[in-house]
Design a protein around this ligand. Structure first.
Ligand SMILES: *Cc1c(COP(=O)(O)O)cnc(C)c1O
Length: 510
């Protein structure tokens, strides 16, 4: 609990409740003597039936004790500003401070969504311009900025598909094709929208199998949900043929844009034949994913699908910006007001800061970083790259620890836990489902060569340890405040602990 012990084995910080103290964090001013004379002792004026009999079971702490407590907690945390954060699929890149600063300007922060349009022309213009930029980057016709996350963007896209087929009188189209390498939100969103999910097995190349696709397409196909580059980091080279096949069957092509980072400024989903696109502003456009804060998953569509977009859209009549609610074919609203405006401001600032050339450069550096890592990691004993190991990856690469597991008993999860002992953030594990013992790595443009080398060095040491003293790796982490958590128990509703008192009770009864 004191700085000296930091970064040593089992450093920890007690809960505020566990502190013992009877100090005070606040001092209220004395009552004015005149009021005191008139009112008397304020405590005596509170009816005794609502007065506490015993003091509350919380310690009394001074202000600085509380400040130290929260500062120590923040120092135990690991974030994008601490070190590399190669959480595959999440694009955990640096969020320039200037973008944060702009999102916190009082002109932004103090806006009220019910303010008159005439008073928020700047905010409307920002959304209008951001939409145009996203269109230019993706090759789509219009975007809604409302959805709060990628998953909600997917749901919005699926609802648009359903509205489109209803409009065309093709409501029998109730099947959504999803590759087996897809992110779990894809089948979930389709199912939530009432579609029957048809899983497409990947080809040996790790990409969509055209044979499987042809076999699955029918007059019941609503669409195909695809991410490109896919979750293995591989670019779907047959994308034009895939688009033709889906369109010939009367279906629509949905782009899960969570992986846009790998082609940003280089290739556009609109040009690949996609009809609906969602982007994760909180991945590609500088609000870090998983930050626990608000996100944003704008959805773009072709001209043909524009009329189904959620209301309102931001329009410009030549002299002022306004919100258009008069859209009879719209699927309605998917979020209160206009979405998470602060994330839009950060994305706007980031695009302005980088320029389109800068965005392309970020994509290139991210791709080089990942391929540098991929080339070196293949040389470490126990790790392999399944599916076309020598084919360049885009923004991310999936490494398999299957060989390590077979030869030493050390699993991908053990490796991830041991990385924490080296002060490194683990990669994404156990996704995608088509790889055994996967470790999914994404270094983004924010990682330096030195950081990637250090990561590789840690993996090399972990490989050596696995062959010499596997138990050390299997019982990791050893130096974190919380040791290995029970993932299943942590997720189980019956063991869910939402308050300190609940935790105490459960501990007593266990
Ligand atoms: C992150 C991600 C999603 C879901 O996005 P959220 O914003 O987390 O809902 C979907 N697909 C892929 C490939 C992703 O990486």
């Amino acid at each position: 609990m004191h700085p000296i012990e930091f970064r040593q084995a089992s450093w920890s910080e007690p809960l505020l409740f566990e502190y013992k103290g009877q100090r005070r964090g606040i001092q209220l001013p004395r009552l004015h003597p005149k009021i005191a004379r008139e009112v008397g002792d304020p405590l005596k004026r509170i009816p005794s039936r609502i007065l506490r009999e015993n003091p509350p079971l919380i310690p009394g702490l001074s202000e600085i004790e509380v400040v130290k407590h929260f500062t120590r907690l923040s120092q135990m945390n690991y974030g994008v500003d601490t070190g590399v954060y190669p959480l595959g699929s999440c694009t955990m890149k640096y969020n320039p401070r200037v973008c944060e600063d702009l999102a916190h300007l009082p002109q932004v922060e103090l806006l009220h969504p019910l303010q008159d349009e005439a008073l928020v022309q700047g905010a409307l213009e920002l959304m209008y311009r951001l939409e145009r930029w996203l269109c230019a980057l993706t090759g789509m016709h219009r975007f809604t900025l409302q959805p709060a996350a990628g998953a909600q963007g997917e749901l919005t896209g699926c609802l648009i598909m359903r509205a489109y087929f209803k409009y065309k009188g093709e409501e029998q189209r109730d099947e959504m094709l999803v590759p087996d390498s897809a992110h779990g939100t894809n089948p979930s969103s389709a199912a939530m929208c009432g579609f029957k999910v048809i899983e497409l097995p990947s080809a040996e190349s790790g990409c969509v199998s055209l044979k499987a696709l042809k076999a699955a397409l029918s007059e019941r196909t609503a669409g195909l949900m695809l991410t490109n580059p896919n979750t293995l980091g591989l670019f779907e080279e047959s994308i034009l043929e895939i688009a033709d096949l889906v369109h010939e069957a009367g279906g629509l092509l949905y782009y899960d844009g969570a992986n846009l980072q790998g082609v940003m400024g280089k290739a556009r989903p609109g040009d690949m034949g996609f009809d609906i696109v969602h982007l994760n502003l909180h991945k590609t456009f500088s609000t870090p994913h998983g930050g626990g804060g608000p996100g944003s998953g704008p959805v773009g569509v072709t001209q043909e699908l524009e009329k189904f977009l959620p209301v309102p859209l931001v329009e410009f009549d030549g002299s002022k910006y306004y919100l258009d609610y008069d859209r009879p074919f719209s699927i309605g609203k998917v979020h209160g007001f206009y979405g998470n405006f602060s994330v839009l401001v950060k994305a706007f600032a980031y695009i302005l800061l980088m320029g389109f050339k800068g965005l392309r450069r970020a994509c290139e550096v991210a791709v080089v970083n990942t391929n540098y890592f991929a080339k070196k990691v293949r040389e470490i004993k126990g790790f392999t790259i399944p599916f076309n190991p020598y084919k360049p990856r885009k923004h991310e690469v999936v490494v398999s620890a299957e060989q390590l597991l077979n030869e030493t008993g050390v699993s991908a999860m053990d490796v991830a836990k041991r990385l924490m002992d080296f002060g490194l953030h683990p990669p994404t594990v156990y996704f995608p489902l088509i790889v055994k013992e996967p470790l999914m790595m994404e270094f983004t443009e924010s990682a330096t060569k030195e950081e990637i080398d250090a990561y590789l060095e840690a993996l090399r040491k972990i490989s050596e340890e696995s062959y010499s003293e596997p138990q050390k790796v299997k019982s990791a982490p050893h130096s974190t405040s919380v040791r290995r958590v029970d993932d299943v128990r942590a997720n189980h509703p019956r063991t869910l602990c939402l308050s300190y008192r609940m935790m105490m009770k459960k501990q007593l009864s266990l």
